[in-house]
Write a protein that binds this ligand. Structure first.
Ligand SMILES: CC(C)(COP(=O)(O)OP(=O)(O)OC[C@H]1O[C@@H](n2cnc3c(N)ncnc32)[C@H](O)[C@@H]1OP(=O)(O)O)[C@@H](O)C(=O)NCCC(=O)NCCS
Length: 177
């Protein structure tokens, strides 16, 4: 697999378009997991993404393109939290490319990148009702820690929730030494 490339400000419009299509688009024969039906509206905007990038200077948003100047097909946010623990978020694959192994490859490449920088443990959060997605992460070695984080009801920055029972399940994986 070619390397994941760190995003620059010029990539922001394409990243936002990819994330909104991947997270909030309807399921299709390829796009097998989405938040459509649980949360409406955009997952992010150019302004919010730029704000997140500026607020977390140690984080990198890593991008995947099939060719150096080709369209954006995937992204993943990696952020060191200290003491070997990293946060992995915003993993997204172009809906037209899902269910073909790209998500698994991006996750594996992200974990290798974290390990190469001394990371030993990866943490992520997944919306509790996305059981198919949680099972996908469990097949990649992630386990629920038992912690949950509240869903930001009332703050529609991440979209508008359509149910009142959402929260984030915390998953973690120990990376091989
Ligand atoms: C999650 C995501 C990154 C996975 O990418 P992908 O390229 O589709 O993943 P892969 O092709 O590697 O894996 C597809 C998996 O879906 C499984 N799958 C296919 N259809 C399915 C269905 N209807 N229900 C459950 N699982 C299904 C396949 O069996 C395969 O799992 P396996 O490799 O363990 O057998 C991608 O679906 C995505 O961008 N989703 C929207 C954004 C999102 O929710 N990101 C995660 C936030 S925490």
């Amino acid at each position: 697999m070619r390397a994941l490339i760190p995003a620059t400000d010029a990539d922001v419009p394409q990243i936002v378009a990819l994330m909104n299509r991947a997270y909030r688009g309807s399921a299709t024969s390829l796009a097998w997991t989405t938040e459509h039906g649980y949360i409406t509206g955009d997952r992010t905007t150019e302004a919010f993404l730029r704000e997140d990038m500026a607020a977390s200077p140690k984080a990198s948003l890593m991008l995947w393109r099939d060719t150096e100047d080709g369209g954006l097909k995937g992204c993943v946010w990696l952020q060191p939290l200290g003491e070997g623990l990293w946060y992995l978020g915003s993993l997204a694959v172009d809906p037209d490319r899902q269910n073909g192994g790209l998500g698994r490859a991006l996750l594996g490449a992200a974990e290798l990148g974290i390990a190469a920088q001394g990371g030993r443990r990866v943490r992520m959060t997944v919306v509790n009702v996305r059981t198919g997605l949680i099972a996908w992460y469990e097949r990649r070695g992630y386990r629920a820690t038992g912690e949950t984080n509240p869903f930001p009801y009332g703050d529609n920055r991440f979209g508008v929730p359509q149910r009142d029972d959402l929260c984030f399940v915390v998953l973690e994986k120990e990376l091989p030494a």
